[in-house]
Design a protein around this ligand. Structure first.
Ligand SMILES: NC(=O)c1ccc[n+]([C@@H]2O[C@H](COP(=O)([O-])OP(=O)(O)OC[C@H]3O[C@@H](n4cnc5c(N)ncnc54)[C@H](O)[C@@H]3O)[C@@H](O)[C@H]2O)c1
Length: 469
């Protein structure tokens, strides 16, 4: 097994649920790191026997706003690594702490303190991923370069930013354009513009299932039920492209920050969009807010004289596993109150794949999907404690941790700013088949067959054509 980097500090993992448990074997496999260098701090023991199985140190002690410094002071020294895979622990607080300590940092999602996503004393714009990202960028302006803190690096957000770059290069090669990979951000944006990319979906269809059907009053998912419900209750958000001509119903601007995105004044799980993956074909996905909708849109923006002249629309189109769709349906019916029971699908998954990629549209060659088609069986054979969904995430976490250890003075870094080849080389062995597939599907396909619809047929790639009325 390739050892990508050696690390002689301590690795303090905050939170060890679906993703933390899944990434542990990968960290020990690919990083020169002994189990006794790893300390886990989490809120619940979970009965998974992780410390016994892996020989790591474990503390069950929730980090809260008023105790996290005291708890971390006992564990974290200069040169250590804080791997934040918890929910309900503020990423920004930990990033600041790590900066002061001289420790490296990575998370798979910018998290607020407990209750932040649904804190109704804040306007929706302030409990958005756009606001969290802007706050992280503000920290970066304040701190400048220093110990590396990678934010949002799982699979999405995370690896999908690297998939976008590979997909752009594939499209360029297939279109007969020069195949030299751009070096700078602006060159990636120019390439996307030159190819005519108008819309990018993170198009995901998870069809894993267990034989035990979802029961009434139960939330079922292939990763954290709690984190999924939290993000489902955040406002729907999308990077807002320059080709868009119609202002969507309920759309708002934030009024601060880069202005690369908009939000809809309703929970993400109440908004569905039409999208497409190779295995599923056309489907309805939930327009859940995710960090990559902002970071990819911002990264690919071109400005002239202070005005944005090119930007693709970027959004998530998530079809979770079928039992999670039923769970969301019940959740919405109960006005977004978590049901009494939650169940993580893992060892009981009998079949299915998580098809997760980026769908680039509007470029004159139809639509192009590039991504991972990982089956539950393949994931299980590759790494213990993983489903297809968690292995895609944990492969991204592993690659991000290795990248941070290799580049320890990069400051606060978004996935888009990392070397996509370096990251994908590490993650790829765990992603199953990586497919690049063209399709002539558009959101207008078969529309108007049963009912007249108000569509912009001059440009299929208008956001309003994607939204499910
Ligand atoms: N970027 C991606 O692709 C991606 C995908 C899945 C999950 N995630 C993110 O990864 C993180 C973990 O997800 P998961 O599915 O493992 O969640 P999970 O619910 O399975 O586990 C969460 C862990 O956090 C711990 N925790 C909760 N409150 C805590 C506190 N106050 N102090 C310390 N620990 C606390 C819990 O004990 C648990 O171990 C979440 O932020 C989630 O949004 C990212």
């Amino acid at each position: 097994m390739t050892q990508y980097v050696a690390f002689d500090g301590r690795l303090v993992m905050i939170g060890c649920g679906a993703i933390g448990l899944g990434v542990l074997p990968l960290l020990l496999r690919h990083i020169g790191l002994r189990p006794e260098q790893i300390t886990i701090i989490r809120a619940h023991a979970n009965g998974d026997g992780v410390s016994r199985e892996y020989g790591v140190i474990e503390h069950v002690e929730p980090l809260l706003r008023d105790n996290y410094r005291v708890i971390l002071d006992r564990q974290v020294r200069s040169g250590d690594f804080v791997l934040n895979l918890a929910i309900n622990v503020s990423s920004l607080a930990l990033i600041e702490y790590c900066r002061e300590r001289g420790a490296l940092y990575l998370d798979a999602c910018i998290e607020p303190w407990n209750g932040g996503h649904v804190d109704t004393t804040l306007p929706p714009a302030q409990r958005s991923n756009y606001a969290y990202r802007e706050a992280a960028l503000e920290l970066r302006r304040r701190f400048g370069r220093g110990p590396t803190a990678v934010i949002n690096h799982g699979v999405n957000p995370g690896l999908v930013s690297h998939f976008v770059k590979q997909a752009l290069l594939n499209l360029a090669a297939d279109s007969g354009l020069a195949a030299v990979p751009p070096a700078a951000r602006i060159d990636w944006a120019r390439l996307a513009q030159r190819l005519g990319v108008k819309v990018i979906h993170v198009a995901e269809r998870d069809n894993q299932y267990s034989l035990q059907c979802r029961q009434r009053g139960e939330f079922v998912n292939t990763w954290s039920c709690e984190a999924f419900v939290d993000e489902s209750c955040q406002p729907s958000e999308l990077g807002w492209g320059t080709h868009e001509r119609h202002w969507p119903a309920a759309a708002r601007r934030y009024g601060f920050g880069s202005d690369c995105a908009i939000y809809l004044d309703r929970p993400g799980a109440s908004v569905r969009v039409r999208s497409w993956t190779p295995g599923e074909g056309p489907y309805h996905g939930f327009l859940i807010s995710h960090g990559e909708s902002m970071s990819v849109a911002d990264y690919l923006s071109l400005h002239e004289d202070g005005t944005v002249v090119y930007r693709p629309t970027v959004n998530y189109a998530y079809h979770p596993c079928d039992d999670a769709v039923l769970s969301l349906h019940e959740l919405a019916g109960k006005n977004w109150q978590m049901p009494p029971r939650q169940r993580l699908l893992m060892d009981d998954i009998v079949d299915g794949i998580d098809e997760l990629g980026v769908l680039l549209m509007g470029h004159g060659r139809g639509a192009y999907w590039y991504g991972s088609q990982l089956s539950a069986a393949a994931a299980r054979a590759l790494v213990p404690h993983n489903s297809a969904t968690t292995l895609q995430v944990t492969a991204g976490v592993l690659a991000g941790v290795v990248w941070a250890m290799r580049h320890p003075q990069a400051g606060i870094v978004e996935p888009d700013e990392m070397d996509f080849r370096e990251v994908l080389d590490i993650a790829a062995p765990y992603l199953g088949p990586m497919a690049g597939v063209y399709t002539d599907w558009t959101p207008l396909q078969d529309r108007g067959r049963l009912f007249e619809e108000d569509l912009d047929r001059d440009d299929p790639w208008q956001f309003t054509n994607f939204v499910v009325a």
